[in-house]
Unconditional design. Structure first.
Ligand code: MN
Length: 234
């Protein structure tokens, strides 16, 4: 009888202690110790590492994917363990981190992780078909055709001093070309990117050295997945 009472008492005591600890964790701003779904996931490359040759070499792709991209994912997950942001959907993490100055490191790494996963999907090794349907119409309406748009992307790439990305962003029934610096990304501002090109030096230096323009035009002329780009229109 006495042991049963003791058991009840200890159980009764255990719950407030657990509750108190949880509350303390919440107050301290810690992420839950067991993040749902584990962590932000490394997305597989949608093609083989040598599939974009000769425009992107296997050596560049291996370094870019396994060192840079995987590094951003690992750092994002490490930072998520000790922060207030509890969402494990990468785009939501980017948006939440963007709105807080305290989360600059998380923003940089999560945005870079998102940007890279998106960039992989914007490319294809299979003969890149020209834009079709609504995408083609919007390119014609916004830029006067595919070639003028490519030229604007190339110009935008030149304006980025140091690292960054060039985007095609949807603005209603129009498209705009947007260069961003470092890790910055249109999704942080609720905009809808449909295409991006990575112009950080690590994306092209081994293959093109300092010739960023050569890298940009090689990609635009040969390996853009316009079908995927069109599928990103809202
Ligand atoms: Mn990169």
């Amino acid at each position: 009888m006495n042991t049963r009472i003791a058991k009840h008492q200890s159980r009764f005591l255990r719950y407030p202690v657990t509750f108190g600890l949880c509350l303390l964790l919440l107050i301290m701003g810690g992420c839950s110790s067991e993040p749902k779904d584990g962590a932000v996931a490394l997305e597989p490359l949608p093609y083989a590492e040598d599939a974009l040759e000769p425009h992107i070499s296997e050596k560049t792709m291996k370094l870019h994917y396994h060192n840079h991209y995987a590094g951003y994912i690992a750092r994002t997950n490490a930072l998520l363990k000790s922060c207030r942001i509890k969402d494990h959907d990468l785009a939501e993490v980017v948006k939440a981190a963007a709105s807080s100055l305290k989360n600059q490191d998380l923003f940089t790494n999560a945005a870079q992780a998102w940007n890279h996963a998106f960039f992989w999907k914007c490319l294809t090794p299979k003969d890149s078909k020209p834009p079709q349907g609504r995408l083609k119409q919007m390119i014609d309406d916004s830029f006067g055709g595919l070639d003028p748009m490519k030229q604007m992307i190339a110009e935008a790439a030149k304006t980025i001093v140091g690292s960054g990305w060039v985007w095609i962003v949807q603005d209603g029934e129009k498209l705009v070309i947007l260069p961003t610096a470092n890790a910055d990304t249109p999704i942080a501002y609720g905009r809808n990117p449909i295409f991006t090109i990575d112009v950080w030096e690590h994306a092209y230096y081994l293959d093109y050295q300092n010739k960023r323009a050569g890298y940009v035009s090689a990609l635009l002329d040969n390996i853009v997945n316009w079908t995927y780009v069109g599928s990103q229109l809202e």
